[in-house]
Design a protein around this ligand. Structure first.
Ligand SMILES: *Cc1c(COP(=O)(O)O)cnc(C)c1O
Length: 219
C-alpha cells in the first residue's frame, strides 16, 4: 500500500490535472480510516464507498461535513442503512431500487436523497446498470418521487486497453446523459472516469470522476 504520506501528494496531483468544474469523488472503499483522515486533512470532502456496512462505519467515524457517495451495487436489504448516511447514491440500477430509496428517505424524515442512474454500456456482463432506454424510461416514471432527486447519470467504460473502446463507451454514457437532460434539465451530473481512464471521461464531458487507486494506492 502507498504510505500515508503519499495520499496528500496524490490528491494534489489529481486535483491539479482535473479541469475546473469537474468534481472529484475520492474512492476510499477498502481503505483504512487513516487513509480517509489523511485525505480529509488535505482538504478532500467527497468520498466514495461501495459497501453499506463500511459506509456506515466510516460515516460515524469521519467528520459530519463529509459528502458520501455510494458507488457499489446496492442490495435492497441494505437501503435503509445506506440512506441513513444521506449519501449521493450513484449506483441506482433498477426502478425497484429507486422506489425503495424513495420510501426509505421519506420514512427517515424530511430529506431528499440525491441519486444518479447507472447506465450499462460496457462489454462486461458482470457490470450492472440500466440499458440506455430503460434508464430514460425509469427517469420518466420516477422523476416526481418526493424522496429522491435524480441528479444525472453514472457509468463505467469497459475494462480494456483499447482507448477507442473506452472513448466509445464514455460517448455512449454522455449521450444518455444528454437525452435525459432533454426532459430533466436539472439532471446535469455526469459521473464517469476512474483512475485508469478519467482523462478520456473528462474529454467526453464528465463533470464528476471517481478516483481510488491513483489517490490511495492499491486496495
Ligand atoms: C472502485 C470503483 C472506482 C474507483 O476505481 P479506481 O480504479 O481505484 O480509481 C470508481 N467507480 C466505481 C463504481 C468503483 O467501484
Amino acid at each position: 500500500m502507498t504510505p500515508n504520506s503519499a495520499i496528500k501528494e496524490n490528491l494534489e496531483r489529481v486535483l491539479a490535472e482535473l479541469p475546473a468544474g469537474v468534481d472529484l469523488v475520492a474512492v476510499s472503499k477498502f481503505q483504512p480510516l487513516e487513509a480517509l483522515q489523511e485525505a480529509y486533512a488535505a482538504g478532500q470532502r467527497r468520498f466514495g464507498e461501495s459497501r453499506a456496512d463500511e459506509l456506515v462505519a466510516k460515516a460515524s467515524a469521519m467528520p459530519a461535513d463529509v459528502q458520501w457517495h455510494f458507488i457499489g451495487h446496492l442490495q435492497t436489504n441494505k437501503v435503509r442503512k445506506v440512506v441513513s448516511c444521506r449519501p449521493m447514491i450513484e449506483s441506482i440500477d433498477s426502478e425497484r431500487l429507486l422506489r425503495l430509496v424513495n420510501d426509505e428517505a421519506l420514512r427517515a424524515g424530511v430529506m431528499t436523497i440525491n441519486v444518479l442512474l447507472q447506465v450499462h454500456v460496457a462489454a462486461e456482463e458482470t457490470k450492472t446498470g440500466f440499458l440506455p432506454h430503460e434508464l430514460l424510461e425509469c427517469a420518466r416514471t420516477c422523476g416526481t418521487l418526493p424522496g429522491i432527486c435524480i441528479c444525472g447519470v453514472m457509468g463505467m467504460a469497459t475494462n480494456t486497453e483499447s482507448a477507442d473502446r473506452i472513448r466509445a463507451d464514455f460517448q455512449a454514457i454522455a449521450a444518455v446523459s444528454a437525452q435525459l437532460q432533454l426532459f430533466m434539465p436539472q439532471a446535469t451530473t455526469l459521473s464517469m472516469g476512474m483512475s485508469g481512464d478519467w482523462p478520456l471521461a473528462v474529454q467526453q464531458g464528465a463533470n464528476m470522476v471517481r478516483i481510488g487507486t491513483a489517490i490511495f494506492g492499491s486496495r
